[in-house]
Design a protein around this ligand. Structure first.
Ligand SMILES: Cc1cc2nc3c(=O)[nH]c(=O)nc-3n(C[C@H](O)[C@H](O)[C@H](O)COP(=O)(O)OP(=O)(O)OC[C@H]3O[C@@H](n4cnc5c(N)ncnc54)[C@H](O)[C@@H]3O)c2cc1C
Length: 431
């Protein structure tokens, strides 16, 4: 492995989270937003354009959380499969959520175009490899439903034709979703940030919010650089929620996800491994997500963080081993970058926006926030200004508290082992 393995996201080479000049914290404003990831920024954009005075606070640089660290797969994926969702929430709600995913994907494509955000948006589709033969059969049923019910044009690819989609024999066929896309997450944050600044919102970088008090007709927001009185408050801290909001911490499980970037590979290798330049996924529960870099020169490969101990280089090596299971010829490939970030899960695996004690929340994107965080953030802003575009199929109730959990996910190792076991025995999620 190259000695100079970088531990910042590959994306930061082209778009490092911006260090903004320190500006005075205004003592009074219409809306305070906590967290400047996709959710906080997209909410800020709608509010500032509607004439609200907005101050956004982020304890890191804007976008330095998950929003500039992710794989850039714009999927609006929902963890809970349709069958399970219909059982739990009713068929009508499940259909509304699936249709909202379609609207959100199309909305993001349109947004990037109209706002002229240069973020390497590529509508290349996604191939999901079947980990087991039974998974492929389930994909056939899923594709049938997606096409009949949601007009998606999903295609199943049998194993015998798999090389049209991926230069690997690892999977038992797979499914192509042509409606999904990829983007450069760092550039997307940077472009979103520009629109927010141009719209007139103020962003306070590296300034933590430490407390929010509802005083009846106004909120007192304590920050590391002074107090603000705000009429409304949005919390968009997702996987980076800290002890300043213990109530939310008890409802979200932060899970670390790690990525590696390979050294540049020969163009003919990239063309063979990724013939259609698609985003890639898998059907197993502890799945990997991967893709060619937007310039097509290297592979970006992600999966769960395996442990907290040991040097991060070892974690990168483990992930490279996983990559080599799929592409054995890459067992000794050089790596240029490895990094990780936090995603946030809740008990029902559904994103949501809700209100508690007058404070508004956008959260629970469960590893699929490239589309959802942007979408739900703007929905929430529409709600605050009384705009009918606030309409959403997602729940407006807070996620339930997780029993015996105060914010340190002590149960994660056991949960990961459980998923690993299910993968070993080929358990299928009902989609
Ligand atoms: C490695 C990795 C790969 C991923 N891959 C994908 C993918 O391919 N596709 C996909 O759809 N999703 C993916 N995701 C998930 C996606 O990145 C997130 O769902 C999305 O970015 C969440 O956006 P957000 O605005 O809600 O939160 P974030 O971007 O995490 O922003 C939250 C912000 O809140 C700030 N904050 C927290 N507490 C405070 C406080 N007290 N005061 C001030 N600021 C505070 C943090 O500093 C942070 O910047 C991935 C995530 C990771 C980590």
């Amino acid at each position: 492995m190259a000695d100079e393995l970088k531990t910042n996201p590959y994306w930061w080479d082209a778009a490092t989270p911006r260090q903004l000049p320190e500006t005075e914290v205004e003592p009074v404003c219409d809306v305070v937003i906590v967290g400047a990831g996709y959710a906080g920024l997209s909410a800020a954009l709608v509010l500032a354009r509607a004439g609200r005075t907005v101050q956004i606070f982020d304890k890191q640089r804007p976008g330095e959380g998950a929003s500039s660290r992710n794989g850039g797969l714009a999927s609006a994926n929902i963890r809970m499969g349709f069958v399970e969702m219909a059982k739990k929430l009713g068929k009508e709600t499940a259909e509304r959520i699936y249709n909202e995913g379609k609207a959100a994907r199309e909305g993001l494509a349109e947004f990037v175009k109209t706002e002229k955000i240069e973020c390497d948006y590529q509508p290349v589709g996604r191939f999901v490899g079947a980990y087991r033969p039974a998974h492929y059969e389930a994909q056939c049923r899923e594709a049938d439903r997606l096409n009949k019910q949601f007009d998606i044009n999903a295609q199943v690819i049998p194993r015998s034709e798999q090389h049209k989609e991926i230069g690997s024999d690892y999977y038992h066929g797979g499914m192509v979703r042509p409606d999904l896309a990829g983007l450069h997450p760092g550039k997307f944050v940077a472009g979103l940030l520009d629109t927010v600044i141009q719209a007139g919102a103020t962003i306070h970088s590296e300034t933590a919010v430490t407390d929010i008090k509802n005083q009846g007709d106004v909120f007192d927001v304590e920050t590391a650089r002074g107090r603000v009185k705000a009429k409304q408050v949005i919390v968009a801290t997702n996987g980076y929620t800290d002890e300043s909001n213990r109530w939310l911490q008890r409802r979200l499980v932060p899970a670390a996800s790690r990525m590696i970037a390979t050294e540049p590979l020969p163009p003919e290798t990239m063309a063979r491994l990724f013939p259609n330049n698609r985003m890639m996924g898998e059907t197993r529960k502890l799945y990997h997500y991967y893709r060619p870099s937007p310039d097509g020169t290297r592979i970006l490969f992600g999966g769960r963080e395996r442990s907290w101990s040991g040097p991060k280089r070892d974690h990168a090596y483990h992930l490279r081993d996983d990559l080599a299971e799929i592409f054995p010829e890459l067992s000794n490939v050089g790596l240029s970058h490895t990094w990780f970030g936090f995603v946030a899960f809740n008990l029902d695996f559904l994103p949501r926006m809700f209100e508690r004690n007058g404070v508004h929340y956008a959260t629970g994107f469960c590893g699929s926030g490239v589309v959802w965080a942007w979408w739900v953030g703007s929905k929430l802003a529409y709600k605050l200004i009384g705009d009918e575009r606030a309409e959403t199929a997602f729940s407006s109730t807070p996620p339930p508290a997780i029993p015996f959990y105060t914010g340190t996910p002590w149960f994660l190792p056991a949960a990961l082992m459980w998923f690993e076991l299910q993968d070993k025995f080929g358990v299928i999620s009902k989609r």
